[in-house]
Design a protein. Structure first.
Length: 524
């Protein structure tokens, strides 16, 4: 237990350190890249990376499935079984990496037709695409062992190496873009740092796990020994495909239904969102293996208690992101890039609603994955079908709002009703009424503070924020006060936040005076 908590905390600390560095760097670099390389080229790179996201669906969810099967042998310190499972992963990923490379070559044959209207030269398009393709293939052919590190609750090792490489790459690209404004050099730098990252990271793996023995031939034969890997992989595949279409296709859809230039506008907003979502992912990645280990122990009471603690933490962070964006996203875009880069308030509202759905469902999804519950494939089919129908109907008419509405309408019913029912019945073996009894206060408190945030935006932020100094001053006053009140109300109204604060007895003793006597007695 102590080791699990310690590793989770280390994962989060290291992840947050690199997150803050990359966050500052991302805003600075985006401005430099747009000014020096142009909106068309940056929109092109977004589209190419989205195309690669579609190619990566060939991964089929094998990594998620393998990670689930690694929890138990790692907990039991079974080196032989761990090596067998990793050999299976190595063989499967070798096949996938080569398949993605072959499909990428075939897809590139269509580029003269798809990108004929761009001023960017076709050779540059190919150079950028194949560089990105090589980076993607490296993850399957060389860096696949990072899954073992993550399953062993050492995500901080993965973050430490790859985030350092990413930061060095960005710094190099900023300097060279400023000096030379050469698009080929910008792309080549990414490829060079990919090679460096592969070499450095795999040396660390060899030192960390000297007992690990990877045998590709054994991996192929061991598929018969572990038939559940492919069974669960088939179940995960549709979940991954659905997530790809819903959350990784924005730039491609905007380029298709609006324009590539508009995709660069939209990417500015999604970059802000993704950077803060990355903070949430740091918490999730740091805890995923711990939750898997917790469920493997079989302590039902502790499993549910941790579920509500994580839910409280997730809603606190979701509030920080959504309320801050609702207050300051538009003023930030104006100060950062200029008013010419603004999109409508409708886009912002729909984007934030989509963020809330995605973030608030995170703990349920984490537990579903840790329990190995991937067989509700009908839910993924339903989301895909509804998303396709709504997007194709509304995007040609509404543009970006139509794309966002397609996501929201397809995801909301499954995320809100089915997934909790699925988890509590088949994973936690508890009545779903217990879930709703605990969740309703979170939704009510979040709705109340959303209304407060809208009022603050209209009467405090909009009239007073017109430059960087006003933005920072207003944010420094409004956000801490708003979040403190939000935290206190969550503490009073939800058991999960009370459980979470109780991990620090001194803080709980101070805050417990806010609780009604009945609740205070229960927690004493």
């Amino acid at each position: 237990m102590a080791s699990r908590v310690k590793r989770s905390i280390m994962n989060i600390k290291v992840g947050m350190f690199f997150y803050l560095l990359s966050l500052v760097l991302a805003f600075f670099s985006r401005k430099i890249f747009l000014d020096c390389l142009g909106a068309e080229f940056m929109g092109l790179t977004g589209v190419l990376q989205n195309i690669l996201s579609y190619l990566n669906v060939a991964e089929l969810g094998i990594g998620t499935s393998i990670t689930y099967f690694l929890y138990k042998p790692l907990q039991q310190d079974n080196h032989e079984q761990t090596s067998e499972i990793m050999s299976v992963l190595a063989w499967l990923y070798r096949c996938i990496g080569l398949l993605i490379g072959a499909i990428g070559v075939l897809v590139s044959l269509c580029f003269p037709f798809f990108f004929s209207h761009l001023t960017v030269s076709l050779p540059l398009v190919y150079f950028a695409f194949f560089s990105f393709l090589a980076t993607s293939m490296a993850g399957y052919l060389i860096n696949y062992r990072q899954l073992l590190v993550s399953a062993n609750q050492k995500q901080y090792v993965v973050n430490g190496y790859f985030q350092t490489i990413s930061i060095l790459q960005s710094l190099t690209q900023i300097v060279l873009a400023w000096l030379w404004q050469n698009l080929y050099v910008w792309v080549a730098v990414g490829l060079v740092y990919t090679v460096i990252g592969c070499i450095v990271f795999n040396r660390r793996i060899n030192r960390e796990y000297p007992w690990l023995h990877i045998d590709l031939k054994q991996g192929r034969s061991n598929l018969k020994k572990y038939p559940d890997i492919l069974r669960k992989t088939r179940q995960v595949f549709l979940q991954r495909l659905k997530n790809l279409l819903l959350y990784r296709s924005d730039d491609l859809l905007v380029a298709t239904f609006v324009s590539i230039v508009q995709s660069a506008f939209y990417f500015n907003y999604t970059m802000l969102v993704n950077k803060l979502n990355f903070m949430v992912n740091i918490l999730s990645d740091g805890m995923n293996a711990g939750v898997g280990n917790l469920i493997a122990e079989g302590n039902q009471q502790n499993t549910l208690k941790v579920f509500w603690e994580l839910t409280a933490l997730r809603f606190l962070i979701t509030g920080l992101i959504v309320f801050s964006f609702l207050l300051f996203m538009q003023p930030f875009i104006v100060c950062w890039l200029g008013p010419q880069w603004l999109l409508s308030d409708v886009v912002v509202v729909l984007l934030l609603l989509n963020i809330f759905i995605m973030l608030s469902r995170g703990v349920v999804e984490m537990y579903i994955s840790a329990c190995g519950l991937f067989h509700d494939v009908w839910a993924a089919w339903t989301e895909l079908a509804v998303n396709l129908i709504v997007t194709l109907s509304l995007a040609p008419i509404l543009g970006i709002p139509g794309i966002l509405l397609g996501k929201i309408i397809s995801v909301l019913p499954i995320a809100l009703f089915w997934k909790p029912l699925f988890l509590f019945r088949q994973g936690l073996h508890t009545r779903v009424s217990a879930y709703w009894h605990g969740m309703v206060p979170y939704y009510l408190v979040f709705g109340l503070f959303t209304a407060v945030t809208i009022a603050l935006r209209q009467y405090v932020v909009s009239p007073n924020v017109h430059n960087w100094w006003q933005l920072f001053a207003c944010a420094a006053v409004v956000v801490p006060v708003l979040m403190l009140l939000y935290f206190l109300v969550l503490f009073v109204c939800t058991r999960g936040m009370q459980y979470f604060v109780a991990r620090k007895p001194a803080a709980y003793r101070v805050l417990s005076h806010l609780l009604p006597k009945r609740k205070n007695t229960n927690h004493a």
